[in-house]
Structure formats: structure tokens, C-alpha cells
Design a protein. Structure first.
Ligand code: HEM
Length: 338
């Protein structure tokens, strides 16, 4: 059978309390792995049923918990990350890569225990049938952008690459460092894609109720809903894709990237807390506010967080990083990457 291992990962620990901190020399890391393995094998261990979470990223480095098999995988992930950074520089495609990662993960249903029926960050969004879901309009362009990186690093799964690209885009746009882990397994066929309709709509009859229904189904709470909505500090909405937003504004008519669309913020390639300030003030006709954005300052529970994030970028960054990491792991099955 496959020997598997889970390094328990708490999204609360940005770096300090991780079981792999402070940095372990490779030999010690291996010992820790063997210890965990023995516990896992020998006795009704409390280990999480998911297999083999081997990697934890920190600062600019990657930590590996098992030196032998994971060595190549770490090198491949590191290479892919560098290539994603290069792509971001060339194409200014930060927003659509964040949306790609979110839409792969955001189909997760916590009430379904079987993988991959539960949906989530499993690479299913690479299949045409899912790319054709109305909510995913335009995301085929994101897939095209990163396909060459996938081809170059064959050992990196789509599920990992989508999440790697998204987290790297947030970081490169000036956002917080996200405590990511890698080793996600891909679904293998289009019939494993989730059904259409699991992602949120922008203009539902009752936006607060709708957001709660959709995000609670993913296992996310009010604070996480508000923090994650702050990702709209990046990017634009295009009428020809989602049906929302103006064809162009003074902030988008010259690009960068394909010109057009309506952004939530004036500097829509910069990750900061301006989304919350702009949605709160609603003073600029050229900036977008979807019904699901507006409700963050109307609902009494959402409002507590939205007001806080508009005032305090550090708190937003902290909460965002934690929520994004959690989102990136929804429904994922982890295995030693090789
Ligand atoms: C709260 C419910 C949400 C709704 C209703 C929503 C809706 C939308 C819509 C309508 C667009 C425009 C798509 C287009 O026309 O190309 C969009 C874009 C975007 N969304 Fe969301 N979204 C939500 C949550 C999120 C979350 C949780 C994230 C990430 C953590 C996210 C990240 C983005 C990004 C980065 C873009 C810009 C894409 C681009 O410029 O190509 N959204 N969203």
C-alpha cells in the first residue's frame, strides 16, 4: 500500500507555530516524518485522513518534510513559481489567475464526504465542461496563460498550479504572504467535475442570504466571506463575460492587459484594502459595486469586518491570508507529490 503522511496544518499559524518551525535540517525533518509515519501506521492515530501533505511554503523558500521523494517536487514547484512570476510581469494577469484558483476551489461542498464529488481545489476547472459553466466565462484565458507552465513542470498538478498561481499573484501584487501547502491530487476525467451552480451569483434576490448559503456550504464563515471578497481589490468585470460592469472606464481603457471592463478600485493591479474604502464610499461612478459587494456594508455581521478592513489594512491582510489559505485547500486530496 501507499505509505502516507499528513503534516497537520493550521491556517492560524502563519509561520511561527508550525510543527516544522523553526527550520529543521533535512535529517531531522526526515526523522520527524518517520515518527509521524509510525504513529500513523501503528495505532488509531488522530492523523487527518487526507494523504501526504508534505510541503509548507514560507517566505521565499519551500520547506520539505521528506527529502527523498519530495525533492523533485519541491524543485518543480519552485520552478513553476518563478515562471508564474515571470508570466505576471509580462501579462499583468494577476486578477484572472486569482479568479482561476478561487473558482476551482469554490465548488466545494462540505456536506459531501466523497472525493472528488465534494468538489474543491482538485484541478477539475481545466476541463471544458466546467470552463463552460456560466460563472467561469473568460477563465479559459487563464488556463491558456498557464498551460505552458503546466507542460514544463509535468509533476505539478493542475490543482496545485491553480492555487500556486493565485497565491503568487496576490503576493506579487503587494498582498500578504499566504501560508500555502502543496501536493494536491488532480481529478482525472471530466465526469468528475462538479455540477454547475455552486459558485456565488453577483445579483441574487437576497445577497446576504445567498453569500451565507454558498460560503457556509464551503465551510467558510462571515469573517472569511468579507475578507475573501477583498480580492476584488484586483481586476475587472466585463459585461461580455459575467454581464456585470461597464465596457470600459477611465481606469481600464488603456489596460494593462486586454483593455476594458470595470474595476472595483482605481489601481486594480495593486492588492491593498482600497476595495473596502471604495465600496464603502461609493463616490466614483467608474468603480464597480456588485450587490454582493454592497451588502458587506449593509448586513450587521458582515459590516463589522468590512468597516475594520477599510480602516486597518494589516488586519485585512492577516485575515485575508488565513482565509485564502483555507480556500485553497477546500476539497483537496493531498498525496506526496511524487
Ligand atoms: C462573494 C461572492 C463573489 C461574487 C458574486 C463574485 C463575482 C465576480 C464577478 C461577477 C466578476 C467579474 C468576472 C468577469 O466579468 O470577468 C468577478 C471577478 C473577480 N473575482 Fe469575484 N466574486 C466573488 C468572490 C470572489 C472571491 C472569494 C475571490 C477571490 C478570493 C474573487 C476574485 C475575483 C477576481 C480577482 C476577479 C477579477 C478577474 C479579472 O479581472 O479577470 N471573487 N467576481
Amino acid at each position: 500500500g501507499i505509505i502516507s503522511l499528513v503534516v497537520h496544518f493550521s491556517p492560524n499559524t502563519r509561520t511561527k507555530e508550525s510543527p516544522l518551525n523553526p527550520p529543521l535540517p533535512a535529517a531531522e525533518a526526515d526523522m520527524a516524518v518517520h515518527h509521524l509515519l509510525r504513529r500513523g501506521i501503528s495505532g488509531g492515530s488522530p492523523l487527518h485522513p487526507l494523504r501526504g501533505l508534505l510541503l509548507v511554503s514560507q517566505e521565499l523558500g519551500w520547506r520539505q518534510a521528506s527529502s527523498a521523494a519530495a525533492g523533485d517536487a519541491v524543485a518543480e514547484l519552485r520552478g513553476a513559481r518563478e515562471d508564474v512570476k515571470q508570466l505576471l510581469k509580462e501579462k499583468s494577469c494577476h486578477p484572472i489567475l486569482v479568479r482561476l484558483g478561487w473558482h476551482d476551489a469554490g465548488t466545494y461542498d462540505k456536506n459531501i464526504s466523497e472525493w472528488p464529488q465534494c468538489g474543491g481545489a482538485n484541478g477539475s476547472l481545466r476541463f471544458e465542461i466546467e470552463l463552460k459553466h456560466a460563472a467561469n466565462a473568460g477563465l479559459v484565458n487563464a488556463l491558456k496563460l498557464i498551460q505552458a507552465i503546466k507542460d514544463k513542470y509535468a509533476g505539478v498538478t493542475y490543482a496545485d498550479l491553480f492555487q500556486l498561481a493565485s497565491a503568487t499573484a496576490v503576493e506579487e501584487a503587494g498582498g500578504p504572504k499566504i501560508p500555502m501547502i502543496y501536493g494536491r491530487v488532480d481529478v482525472s476525467a471530466p465526469d468528475q467535475c462538479p455540477p454547475e451552480g455552486r459558485l456565488p451569483a453577483a445579483g441574487p434576490p437576497s445577497p446576504a442570504e445567498h453569500l451565507r448559503e454558498v460560503f457556509y456550504r464551503m465551510g467558510l464563515n462571515d469573517k472569511e466571506i468579507v475578507a475573501l471578497s477583498g480580492a476584488h481589490t484586483l481586476g475587472r468585470s466585463r459585461p461580455e463575460r459575467s454581464g456585470w460592469g461597464k465596457p470600459e472606464t477611465k481606469y481600464t481603457k488603456n489596460g494593462p492587459g486586454a483593455p476594458g471592463g470595470q474595476s472595483w478600485t482605481s489601481q486594480w493591479l495593486k492588492f491593498d484594502n482600497s476595495y473596502f474604502k471604495d465600496v464603502k464610499e461609493r463616490r466614483d461612478e467608474d468603480l464597480l459595486v456588485l450587490p454582493t459587494d454592497a451588502v458587506l456594508f449593509e448586513d450587521s455581521s458582515f459590516k463589522i469586518y468590512a468597516e475594520k478592513y477599510a480602516e486597518d489594512q494589516d488586519t485585512f491582510f492577516e485575515d485575508y491570508a488565513e482565509a485564502h489559505a483555507k480556500l485553497s485547500n477546500l476539497g483537496s486530496k493531498f498525496d506526496p507529490p511524487k
